[in-house]
Write a protein that binds this ligand. Structure first.
Ligand code: PLP
Length: 359
């Protein structure tokens, strides 16, 4: 990339992927478009590790959060909250009239299976919402272990997982882990322009949806399923983005999922090792560290905005901390198209800049 952006979305999109969006439109109820739509679903299943349906939705990730709470619970939702993205989901549930309760820990910490077991032992919930990779803090929650505990303690509770900033950069096995609904959106780890969400929904979750009144229309899983089987979507889909998705899924599968996970993991390790050598602690405790973004605690003398001015001369950009963590942390997003060589360029720029500030 001419100017790699180490920001957690929208991320850089490869030029040939961008160009797919310039293709001529097709009628959306045509055999030609349906073929593209269906093969996008088939390829998506591979990155979700699922045999279930994947809905390709014209909306960002927050729309998929809304779809899950509207379809999967009549009333009672348990939201695991450890940062801004997971708190968004709680807000979305409440805004949709659900009775949402929180398991909440401070930003920078993770949700443990024990916390979930305790909450589920105290009350019953139709749905639990978990963000896999909390993009505001670089904390990766142990979704597999949490799902295990939900299955044991409260088998009827559906499990919905937001993997917006991690799916395709970290292994998340929907079927094997027993996740009922799992989604991502286009502009983060998938390295596409913003505007699409991919949401995989299993049979159990579809059955639940049928029993929930007032699912709305735009996000109704039952209606989406009817059209998915017939002719793509009930509404007009974002066709140009789907052309880009079709192409990008081929690129992702050509890289190989294991290679892709290993690339992200290696960049996380390198960032961790670099921060460790500086004596700058990571925000996330060990065992809860993201594979797609590393959030570093910096001394007060480090000014991320000033460093970004320096980086602009080198055509790079870094993300400041989120919300209250701005100025105290910075976020190295190493997801999507970012390669180790890009990361090395960023770290070299740090090593050049910091001594000029006496750091
Ligand atoms: C960015 C993000 C969202 C919000 O997604 P939009 O596509 O901006 O609506 C939700 N969850 C996570 C984990 C995110 O990183």
């Amino acid at each position: 990339f001419m100017s790699p952006m180490f920001v957690p979305g929208p991320v850089d999109v490869a030029t040939d992927v961008l160009q797919q969006q310039a293709k001529a439109m097709l009628p959306h109820r045509s055999k030609d478009f349906e073929a593209i739509f269906q093969r996008c679903i088939d390829k998506s299943r591979q990155i979700f590790f699922t045999e279930s349906r994947v809905f390709i939705m014209t909306n960002s990730g927050s729309g998929a959060q809304e779809a899950c709470v509207r379809n999967l619970a009549r009333e009672k939702v348990l939201s695991c909250v450890n940062g801004a993205c997971s708190n968004r989901w709680f807000t979305v549930a409440t805004a949709n009239g659900k009775q949402a309760s929180k398991i909440e820990v401070p930003m920078g910490q993770g949700i443990t299976p024990a916390m979930v077991a305790e909450a589920l032992a105290q009350d019953s919930y139709e749905l639990i919402t978990i963000v896999h990779n909390e993009t505001s803090t670089g904390v990766m929650n142990p979704v597999r272990e949490i799902a295990e505990v939900v299955h044991q303690v409260s088998p009827d509770t559906l499990i919905a997982v937001d993997a917006v900033s991690s799916l395709s950069g970290a292994r998340i096995e929907m079927d094997a882990w027993g996740i009922d609904a799992l989604f991502t959106s286009s502009q983060k780890c998938l390295a596409l322009p913003p505007g699409l969400a991919l949401c995989a929904v299993n049979e159990r979750a579809m059955e639940r949806a049928k029993s929930v009144p007032n699912r709305g229309w735009y996000f109704d899983f039952v209606l989406l399923e009817k059209h998915r089987n017939k002719d793509s979507t009930p509404m007009t889909p974002a066709m140009s983005l789907i052309f880009a998705l079709d192409y990008q899924l081929d690129r992702i599968l050509a890289e190989g999922l294991d290679n892709r996970f290993a690339r992200h993991s290696a960049m996380a390790q390198r960032s961790t090792q670099w921060a460790g050598a500086k004596g700058w602690p990571l925000l996330a405790p060990e065992g809860f560290r993201s594979q797609t973004l590393t959030v570093v605690t910096n001394p007060p003398e480090f000014d991320c905005a000033d460093f970004n001015k320096f980086l602009a001369g080198r055509n790079m950009r870094l993300a400041n901390g989120y919300g209250d963590l701005k100025g105290k942390t910075f976020r190295i997003a190493h997801m999507g198209e970012i390669q180790m060589s890009d990361l090395e360029n960023l770290l070299a720029a740090f090593d050049e800049y910091l001594p000029t500030k006496g750091l």
